[in-house]
Design a binder for this molecule. Structure first.
Ligand code: UDP
Length: 314
């Protein structure tokens, strides 16, 4: 296959590039580097089956030659990033999705959208099955991401229904691992960075909010299987076995990194903490049944590997 991966220089996009190259495919990576980092794909430069185009997919996209698949992974994805870049976040989820869908239709390519558990907002059911419609505040600070992704799903389904495009939608739950930025702002890199630099770990609120954390390699496997399946309905990919509180996560990271940092509770006064989902855990029945997929990496093992990566970088 010849595949286009948008957001190729990002955390997940770069791991996807690696996977497709390893499977013998040809990859065209695209990124505007607003939150991506060329270091993540530097090792692929010079590879005969890899090429890179620096481009903002919210503008018209031109790609030479045939494409068999388009995977749309471009977007700021950390609350810090989308609060800092609210309009580019809305544009890449809406205009960027429209442009990549149009490209896929023109090339006769299969399309995979990176969606998110944020489409469920602050959920009133836990765990969240794909049939749950969500509880999103459209005008809150997170709305720029949540609503853009909800629009992206609607647009993808419209191309599927109206144009007969082969489409896939993955709803990605909290994922962590090597290649996240030290200053990404999401909780895992934040806590690891703080732990390794002897700063207090900043638990927001009382730290009783929960997330279920999956290691990136489990997610990449799920995405690879989904693309090759024939499922056009959204599929959750996340690790339901690891739903823990943010306080518990902080304690694990202190223990696994051997840090002397204290853990403190703070109330961020900026928008970061507004509409913070109180619980989140995927119902993965659909992924299990349709893809035979199951997350494999226990949270302490994934965290230890991520701590090792961060240690090298600091
Ligand atoms: N969080 C925290 N301290 C931090 C960063 C995040 O307590 O330094 C909390 C945040 O309030 C949320 C959870 O960790 O409840 C996960 O936040 P993250 O930014 O990783 O992404 P989200 O799952 O909210 O999209």
């Amino acid at each position: 296959m010849r595949v286009l991966i948008t957001g190729a220089a990002g955390f997940l996009g770069s791991h996807l590039c690696d996977r497709f190259i390893a499977e013998g495919h040809t990859v065209v990576g695209m990124d505007n580097l607003i939150t991506g980092n060329m270091d993540n794909i530097a090792h692929l430069f010079g590879h005969e089956r890899f090429s890179f185009i620096k481009h903002n997919v919210s503008n018209y996209i031109y790609v030479d030659g045939p494409l068999d698949a388009v995977l749309h992974f471009a977007s700021p994805a950390s609350p810090n990033d989308y609060l800092e870049h609210p309009i580019p976040t809305l544009k890449v989820g809406s205009l960027g999705t429209h442009n990549t869908l149009g490209l896929a239709k023109h090339k006769g390519a299969r399309y995979l959208l990176a969606s998110t558990s944020e489409v469920y907002g602050d959920p009133q059911v836990n765990p969240q099955p794909e049939t749950y419609w969500g509880n999103v505040n459209p005008i809150g600070p997170r709305g720029v991401y949540d609503e853009a992704k909800r629009f992206a799903e609607a647009m993808t389904m419209a191309y599927h229904r109206f144009h007969g495009l082969e489409t896939r939608i993955v709803r990605i739950f909290n994922t962590y691992g090597p290649r996240m930025r030290l200053n990404d702002g999401r909780v895992v890199p934040n806590f690891i960075y703080q732990a390794l630099t002897d700063q207090p770990l900043t638990v927001y609120g009382r730290g009783v909010q929960t997330r279920a954390f999956q290691y990136y390699s489990d997610l990449i496997e799920g995405i690879y299987r989904l693309l090759h399946s024939d499922e056009s309905q959204p599929v959750n990919i996340g690790n339901p076995h690891t739903e823990i509180t943010v306080q518990d996560l902080a304690e694990r990271i202190v223990r696994l990194s051997g840090s002397r940092s204290p853990i403190i509770c703070i109330e961020p006064t900026d928008d970061r903490f507004v509409d913070d989902p109180q619980v989140r855990r995927p119902d993965i029945t659909r992924a299990r049944t349709l893809l035979g997929w199951e997350p494999r990496v226990p949270v302490d093992e994934g965290l230890a590997a991520t701590i090792a990566y961060f240690r090298q970088r600091i």
